[in-house]
Design a protein around this ligand. Structure first.
Ligand code: F6P
Length: 321
């Protein structure tokens, strides 16, 4: 049976720009459909602590263009055990909550899946700058992060070409090279180091030496999961015999006002997730494939790893020559 009265929404895991726009969409669309919407603070931790706010249309005003999440986010150790999950379920039941929308990444969806197994209706909205969730072309926050990063790398390029320098720039992506490949392509990087490929510093150094006459500056983008930028820089310096500068972009990549794409995804994902709960669906994630909003079972995405787009990776290499 579908939900009729009251649902909850949380943001969980690493924040991603556009989460606020998604909360707004869930709240306003849910209210439009006659539901009451409870926003729990700090993800699963807030469910355990019964820490919530009842969202009305005004409470989600003025947040569509703000990065981060006004419901805050957290990684809860207590929720990983059965006892924490029972407390969260108890609080939801006492509050008359019939369904939960989880805005977050793969890890957050695994938590939602546990709640589903214990009788709670759950829907996931993919939101992570890493865009490493299988079953969707885009997750909320990815496009904003790419735009933030290319803005930063363009500034580095200004100084790199002025000073004839090699720069090693570390971007996020603990387990995935998706951010590195996409920003590398968009910034005209000369080399991209990603966890999915063997790191070949000797090859990079030889190529830099060989192309010395035609290239005044070199940009090397390193996904944090592939290597530490400082170590890559030291090795290149040793092998090439030139100064190498390092820039670790860090959490600056996760902030900023969401792009039009992320706001649009937030609106459509928010609407779809509310519709799914009303229809009585559970244990799945909304997503976008070939520009169409779709639904994916959680179990299908847990069994898959979203690999890199090899053709994009190869294209970056071809275009850097
Ligand atoms: O949001 C995903 C991510 O950006 C990863 O790429 C990164 O390794 C991680 O979050 C770092 O997050 P935190 O500092 O919050 O643990």
């Amino acid at each position: 049976m579908g939900v009729k009265k009251r649902i909850a929404v949380i943001t969980s895991g690493g924040d991603a720009s556009g989460m606020n726009a998604a909360i707004r969409a869930v709240a306003r669309y849910g209210i439009y459909k006659g539901l009451e919407i409870y926003g729990f603070y700090e993800g699963y931790k807030g469910l355990i602590n019964n820490n919530f706010i009842v969202l009305d249309p005004a409470s989600v005003g003025g947040i569509i263009d703000r990065g981060g999440t006004f419901l805050y986010s957290a990684r809860s150790e207590r929720f990983k055990c059965r006892e924490g999950q029972k407390e969260a379920i108890g609080n939801m039941k006492n509050n008359g909550i019939e369904g939960l929308i989880v805005i977050g990444g793969d890890g957050s969806f695994r938590g939602a899946h546990e709640l589903h197994k214990q009788g709670i209706k759950v829907i996931g909205i993919p939101a992570t700058i890493d865009n490493d969730i299988p079953g969707t072309d885009y997750s909320i926050g990815f496009d904003t992060a790419l735009n933030v990063i290319i803005g930063l790398i363009s500034k580095i390029r200004d100084t790199a070409y002025s000073h004839d320098r090699i720069f090693v720039i570390e971007v996020m992506g603990r387990n995935s090279g998706i951010i590195a490949i996409n920003t590398g392509l968009a910034c005209g990087a000369d080399f991209i180091l990603i966890p999915e490929k063997k790191v070949d510093i000797i090859g990079i150094a030889e190529s830099i030496k060989k192309n010395r006459a035609s290239k005044r500056h070199t940009l090397v983008i390193v996904a944090e999961g592939a290597a530490r930028a400082s170590e890559v820089a030291s090795s290149i310096k040793l092998l090439v015999g030139r100064e190498v500068r390092v820039s670790v972009l860090g959490h600056i990549q996760r902030g900023g006002s969401p792009t039009a794409l992320d706001r649009k995804l937030a609106a459509e994902f928010g609407k779809k997730s509310v519709d799914l709960l009303i229809e009585g669906k559970s244990d799945c994630m909304v997503g976008i494939k070939a520009m169409k909003i779709i639904t994916q079972k959680f179990e299908d995405i847990f069994e898959t790893v979203k690999g890199i787009d090899e053709s994009l990776y190869n294209l970056t290499d071809i275009l850097s020559r």
